[in-house]
Design a protein around this ligand. Structure first.
Ligand code: LMR
Length: 380
């Protein structure tokens, strides 16, 4: 038989079907468990908390249906420190978001509340209230351009806090933070519910950004020092807008053999100050930072809850009432958190002349933002 003929015959033979896979074996052993679900927050301290008899808290997110609010609520649903999570928004989807989150197998209860009529129920009994409500920036806008709309939103929500949970800690994310925190404070004063230890503007994202960018520039040395990005700390003080965001890079830990200086220092500082705008521009009209802001806010909330539970040495940067800068009633500084909220506002520490100059230059801008917030709250 010719070779060509043999090949032809071989191709005529239908390919033999591979044998079907064996059916899955069944077992009658009921003790074999499904792999447990896991949450994103699996930090060592969270695991410890889950197994301890520590106090658990009631937390409300006001503006829970927005980009920050939904992600923040997802993160908080995973917190073993929270027994009751209240989601409030004017958007009708809010109870649906709560139902969605309620299917996550963590211990906290979740409930959704819609509109001013339900604000009371959302707030009564809260230990911590977080406010991300409001509109975000579009390219070309400053945070102050949001004042017109967000100022009234923060005022109205803070009236709710003053009436229904005056002892709660307040974490304000809504921009312009440099003005919305003074607005909240004025509202609380009006209702005789102001305690300077309890109102904090969330600036944690500035710290996260500083750490991330510093790590990116000094990866090799940090690797040699066996420091991962989570070991790096950089205090960021001042406020939460443009040049009021002041990273104290000279106080970075761990100490580097070659500190930042010259154009590298200037460029790094500018990048940290403009990082929010970097996101706004990249999102091209669809909003500002939501995911990183949500994690920053969750970090801040967790630290506040740690403080409320009596843990020691809980230090964060936040924009708070203080006299660190005598000319300013509010300033972002390192704060020590405790059972009453901000137990101590820490000194700024030793700074370089570059850092001192940045603080001096930020004072007029901060003062104007504070006065604008105070005037708005007093006149409305
Ligand atoms: C941020 O820093 O990302 C936020 O304050 C949002 C913004 O408008 O930049």
């Amino acid at each position: 038989m010719s070779q060509a003929r043999r090949r032809q015959r071989f191709q005529d033979v239908p390919a033999r079907e591979p044998p079907p896979p064996p059916p899955p074996t069944t077992t009658t052993t009921p003790s074999v468990a499904v792999t447990p679900t896991h949450t994103i927050i699996e930090r060592i301290d969270a695991l410890f908390w889950r197994n301890s008899k520590n106090k658990k808290f009631t937390v409300a997110v006001l503006g829970a249906a927005g980009g920050i609010g939904q992600t923040l609520s997802l993160l908080l649903k995973q917190s073993p420190r929270i027994e009751s999570l209240r989601l409030y928004d004017i958007a009708p989807i809010t109870p649906g978001i709560a139902v969605d989150l309620s299917h996550i197998n963590t211990e906290s209860e979740v409930a959704g509340y819609v509109g001013p009529d339900q604000l009371r129920n959302a707030l009564v009994g809260c230990d911590l209230v977080i406010i991300p409500a409001g509109i975000p920036r579009k390219p070309g806008m400053s945070r102050d351009d949001l004042f017109k709309i967000n100022a009234g939103i923060v005022r109205d929500l803070t009236i709710g806090v003053a009436k229904y949970c005056p002892n709660a800690l307040l974490n304000i994310i809504s921009n312009p933070v440099n003005s919305t925190v003074p607005i909240a404070v004025e509202v609380l004063k009006k209702y005789n519910a102001f305690d300077p230890r309890k109102v904090l503007g969330v600036t944690k994202l500035d710290v996260m950004r500083a750490v991330t960018f510093v790590h990116g520039l000094r990866k090799d040395e940090l690797q040699r020092l066996r420091s991962s990005v989570s070991d790096v700390t950089v205090p960021v003080v001042g406020g939460h807008a443009g040049e009021t965001i002041i990273p104290l890079l000279s106080q970075m830990m761990p100490k580097l053999s070659k500190p930042f200086e010259g154009s590298e220092l200037q460029n790094l500082t500018t990048r940290i100050q403009n990082a929010g705008t970097e996101v706004v521009d990249a999102k091209a009209g669809s909003g500002s930072a939501t995911l990183s802001m949500a994690l920053a806010a969750e970090n801040m909330a967790t630290s506040c809850l740690k403080g409320l539970a009596g843990e020691s040495n809980v230090i964060e940067c936040a924009y708070v009432s203080s006299n660190v800068i005598p000319e300013l009633p509010f300033f972002a500084s390192k704060v020590m958190l405790g059972v009453n909220g901000v137990e101590k506002v820490l000194e700024l520490g030793t700074m370089t002349s570059f850092e001192e100059r940045m603080i001096k230059n930020a004072i007029p801008d901060l003062r104007a933002s504070i006065e604008k917030g105070v005037a708005f709250a007093r006149s409305s």
